[in-house]
Design a protein around this ligand. Structure first.
Ligand code: GCW
Length: 713
């Protein structure tokens, strides 16, 4: 009852033009008050002053802080708000105490910020929370509570790996929302609905096409027009379009004899493309480029550095974008060579630092180097990429993967925030006496950079569930929350009353918003989610040996034998005596020495001080090696058996936990059944995994399971 009292008599929109995110914000409020409190509330528009609309009546005002001060600041029933604490996309709420007649204010630093402030306000109401009470860093003075929220970083992007033919690389949720048959689709209503989802969690741009970019995308006026239509569909939600480019386009579609980034004709080719794009999309977010990686063309062919390659696009963007918000060039650090496995010191994990560290300081200011969280490729466990510590004069963003490529491809429940936290909280070690934690590096705070942030590979598609699984949506929600605040879900041991202070809080809030607030329901989903990544790690590849899935093509299901014996470089070096990659400086690939902090490098140099989770990532050990560190010091081989059995048992428990919800009727039949089917598959597949991995290692090592469970041929 107290909450529904928060519904105003009128919603007042300040100074907004048609299609502005502010208008969207007012419509979302109207929809929500109708849906949540069953109240019909009208929208009033205030263009030049707000005295006619505020005063005696209870109003909720949406707009930018600047317009508020200009239009309403001198009104008798309101005073100026202080907007100096807001950064672009940030917002403030000013919430009157219940007996006050002051207006409720939802004000953004810019139009996008207004929408973010509105959504986050509504997310609180929809969870049954009183926004005035749950707001962290809120101050209460004469009759109202003020809460300010700023994004920690400007880059909060999504990457879609959509191809022009409508397929999505590593997409598990249907076909592309944007492309079909080489063109942009006509009906973009689903694309707009996707932008709404993204805006609700603070995402501000989507790169709509695959990093393995089709050169033809930017080639025809029809496609540029199509990209423009996507941008038009996104704009009311404050989501901007970004485009992946193919380095070789000047040659393959432009008819030039070269794509050398220093060649004048190449420079003017990209100038032309960029100009055309900005003519149609004045708020284009920028470009994303994958060069010299996995067969993609790049600057190396012409003996140019990756920085010269990146700056080519950055300069075209700089030239044609608005000076106050230059287009951003995201340049992927995912560059590696195929190596000879017979060379004990060869290591794909070394590549990013080898290529990018010498270039630190050579990238233009509007370049952001986009670094996958781990040095290999979205594995179930990796140490954070050491490259983060080397980008001290270069803007950096972290690349996370919401699409569960190596993590069960949406057929397995794997709740990812705990994995992401291990990377965001990873300390690269002391540089000039100060710690260098990944979350502080990507926000630009640690090395004093103006740009930085997060890129999440999402791959939503035409599936009713967007991602191909109801529960996988929690990862998208969490991604947005963590991109806005990379400390979200970081449990610092203090109960700072933030609603998102642990990974559990994030999943609880998502569950309330998605399924309802019943405590049994919320606890069940949260317990399962939090157990899911450890379980998946247990029944796939534990101790840091990577996922052990089929590496050659599908990246789905167990195939431990596929890791080794090829040039992909995701080796485990499993043989009859032992397993693990020796990445020490002393005797291995030297990867451990890439961490800028000497103390971090030293920790990984010895088996005794390496965390168990990463043992086989850093060391090649005999199967009879005892596990280091606290806990049962069983052998490596026995741990492999035990973990796989434990992981599969946990997956089996999900099925019964979920079934209990049906018995109590806490969830609608359709979603209940869909999730039940997924969990049943997962439980079965976990056994397939368990037996494949245990059998493989039993056969190779010839060492029996102490509990006599493992069979092999
Ligand atoms: O993880 C690998 C994927 C490729 C992907 C590549 C990349 C888009 O298997 O499908 O290509 O990484 O991130 O570029």
């Amino acid at each position: 009852a107290t909450l529904s009292a928060q519904a105003p008599n009128h919603i007042v929109v300040l100074n907004a033009t048609a299609g502005s995110p502010i208008i969207t914000a007012s419509q979302e409020l109207q929809k929500a008050f109708q849906g949540v409190f069953n109240k019909t509330i009208d929208i009033l528009y205030a263009a030049d002053n707000c005295s006619s609309v505020i005063g005696s009546v209870k109003v909720l005002i949406v707009g930018t802080a600047t317009s508020f001060n200009r239009l309403c600041g001198n009104n008798s029933s309101s005073s100026l708000v202080s907007s100096s604490d807001l950064v672009p996309d940030g917002y403030l709420w000013q919430l009157p105490s219940h007996d006050s007649s002051l207006p409720t204010l939802l004000l953004g630093q810019n139009e996008r910020g207004t929408l973010y402030g509105t959504f986050s306000y509504l997310l609180e109401l929809a969870q049954g929370n009183d926004p005035a009470k749950t707001a962290s860093n809120a101050t209460t003075t004469n009759g109202h509570t003020t809460h300010i929220s700023n994004p920690a970083a400007p880059v909060r992007w999504v990457n879609q790996w959509d191809n022009l033919d409508g397929s999505i690389e590593r997409g598990y949720g249907g076909k592309s929302l944007f492309f079909s048959g080489g063109k942009v689709v006509t009906d973009l209503r689903r694309a707009a609905a996707y932008a709404r989802i993204l805006a609700s969690v603070g995402i501000n741009a989507v790169v709509v096409n695959n990093v393995n970019a089709d050169a033809a995308l930017v080639h025809t006026p029809a496609n540029i027009e199509g990209l423009g239509r996507i941008a038009d569909a996104f704009r009311p939600y404050g989501v901007r379009v970004g485009v992946s480019l193919n380095f070789a386009s000047p040659q393959s579609v432009g008819g030039l004899s070269t794509y050398d980034p220093l060649d004048k004709s190449v420079v003017s080719f990209w100038d032309g493309v960029t100009l055309q794009l900005y003519e149609r999309i004045p708020d284009l977010a920028g470009f994303l480029v994958k060069g010299d990686s996995e067969g993609q063309p790049g600057p190396k062919k012409y003996g140019r550095t990756l920085a010269e390659g990146a700056n080519l696009f950055a300069r075209a963007l700089r030239k044609h974008s608005p000076a106050d918000s230059p287009g951003i060039l995201m340049y992927r650090a995912f560059v590696y060579d195929q190596l000879q496995e017979s060379n004990w010191r060869a290591d794909r994990a070394n590549a990013a630092v080898t290529y990018f560290s010498p270039l630190d300081g050579q990238f233009d200011d509007n370049v952001v180097v986009q670094v996958k969280y781990g040095p290999i490729d979205f594995q179930v466990r990796e140490p954070a990429s050491p490259l983060f510590g080397h980008l001290q004069k270069t803007n950096a963003a972290i690349e996370l993967q919401v699409t569960q490529e190596y993590l069960g491809q949406q057929c397995h429940l794997v709740y990812l925030p705990p994995l992401w936290r291990t990377v965001l909280d990873f300390d690269m070690g002391k540089v000039d006496g100060e710690p260098s934690v990944v979350r502080d590096i990507i926000t630009g705070e640690r090395f004093n950079r103006l740009l930085g942030g997060s890129a999440g590979v999402v791959n939503a598609g035409t599936s009713d569930t967007w991602l191909g699984s109801h529960l996988a949506q929690a990862n998208l929600y969490a991604y947005g929350r963590m991109a806005w605040d990379p400390t979200a879900g970081h449990d610092d041991g203090n109960d700072n009353s933030s609603t998102l202070s642990t990974p559990r809080h994030i999943i609880e809030s998502w569950t309330k918003l998605t399924f309802g607030r019943d405590p049994t329901l919320v606890n069940t989903v949260a317990d399962m989610a939090l157990a899911s990544w450890p379980a998946y790690e247990n029944y796939t590849g534990n101790l840091g040996t990577q996922t052990l899935t089929d590496i050659l093509y599908t990246h789905f299901g167990p195939n431990p034998a596929s890791q080794d014996g090829n040039g992909w470089g995701q080796w485990t070096r499993a043989d009859k005596n032992g397993v693990g990659m020796d990445r020490t400086v002393r005797n291995g690939t030297g990867f451990a020495g890439q961490y800028v902090g000497k103390e971090v490098a030293a920790q990984f140099e010895s088996v005794e001080t390496t965390p168990r989770d990463l043992l086989l990532w850093f060391h090649h050990v005999p199967y009879t090696q005892r596990l280091p560190g606290p806990g049962e010091n069983t052998t490596v081989i026995q741990h492999i058996y035990d973990a796989h059995y434990a992981g599969a048992e946990t997956a089996a428990l999900f099925v019964t936990r979920w079934a209990a919800l049906n018995a109590s009727g806490l969830i609608d039949p359709e979603r209940y059944a869909s999730i039940a089917r997924q969990l049943a598959f997962q439980a079965g597949h976990a056994i397939v995994w368990r037996d494949a991995i245990c059998g493989f290692f039993a056969g190779l090592s010839g060492i029996a399971d102490r509990h006599d469970r493992v069979r092999h041929h």
